[in-house]
Design a binder for this molecule. Sequence first.
Ligand SMILES: [Zn+2]
Length: 511
Amino acid sequence: MGFASYFNRDIIALNKRLSSNSDNQIRSILSNHLICIEFDEQITKSREANICIELLIRILCRFYPVITLRSSINEASKYISKLQKLAKSVNSNIEFNDTKKPTLIISAISKSSSQKEIPHIFLGSDGWVAKLSQSQTLTFGDTSNPFGAGMAACIAASNVLRFVFKEQLKQPLDEEVKFSVYDFSRTTDPNISIDEIVLNDVTLVGIGAIGSSTVWTLSKLRKLRGNINLIDHDHVEESNLQRYILLVEKDKKKWKVDIAKKALRQSNLSINPIKNDWAKFVKEFYKEKCSSRIVAVCVDSTEDRVRIQSSLPNKILNAYTDGSRFGISRHPNFNKNVCLACLYVPNAQQRSKLEIIVEELNMKGHEKLIYQYMGTAKRIDHDFLAIFCHKNQISIDQVKEYKNKSFGDFYLEMVCGYKMLEFQEKGQRAEHVDVPLSFQSCMAGLMLAAEIVLESLGVNRENLKDVSQWNVLDKLNEDNPSHYSYIKNVSKQCICGDQDYKEVYELKWGE
Ligand SMILES: [Zn+2]
């Protein structure tokens, strides 16, 4: 079967949501489905249709072992083979089955679809607006705006997952969707032109699952000028492929920022890739005085977020995933609005990350050893495995495949997957660690790209609240996505309550 080589990560992501420990059960459910993507001549005429279909392939091929592509247009075979090539580059194991009857058809066609007895998800878009229907065909606009089309693909992917795992997830599908990426509303396209976008000193911190989706989305904008710093100090690991929609298999071991720079090469952007972390970037690039105007944050730790806020850039846009949700938070003015650190003020009661990890790996007494591997480039080696095996009373043969893996991958597969459960009955699955689903990170990255573009265009969206959050496995409704306003410095411990920080911000930005 055509499961991706990095499918174990999906098992971890699904196990959290399906309350099932069975790898085989998940694989067999997926193997019994055949998802069909059908398209018509819109793929040749509409840029939006093209973007939507490309993203569908990029998302679905990471997860589903078999798909089929269908079209009755004149040059169908040319387009199908191009899309199959993209699918293979994402997951070289994927299979295409043109003989079996599909179980679900994702339809990007404007006139009546074939095989009406099979459930359909119809897709369309109109500029900023994503459209989806279970009952009627839709159309794609021909703007150069990738946001509605990209979001339509993400919402479709969420519905496909809910369809395939309907017994386990028990989540209803969206029947009719009209969703504007511009302001999270159900209204029509706001008619804001994105023909010419100038990014004025934008810094994207973290080219991870969210950041790579932001880059992919920005790469689809036709006229992008200005300058952007791309910050990430990591190389691509195989497990990243599970949800980094920008990546293909041959990107393994490359620098994440190099892949991002290459993706944006068609734009007129001046791109500054930085193979370092935020602190070193500020130290070297700004000589300790960060004067970044717009910082888009999609790092994966609370500490890094607080660190970025404490450098006092002018404006911060932040994207995150959390459980089955993703969210966007906006911090336009450190002295007037809720700051990024307000959202992440540590709770004194919280145990340290190291303490939790040591306990979950059953390696008490080896805190110092583990600390050496956490967050560094140091790979899992024989010495580490020998101690781990001794503490857990297992043979080294059972874990030899982990040699040379990063600590992060080792930890995730051991604790969040099922490995520890296999080794010992008392093994537990970490409650606090989560692997997001690919379309979930993709949606967060796409929304972050939209925030960057709207901020750069100077669009006034003061009516939007501090945080917008969306449960991606739930139907879209009045409360999903939901919007929140936070109280500034509610803990009375946040840096935005500190007079020194306030003065430095005012001095820097005059507001
Ligand atoms: Zn604050």
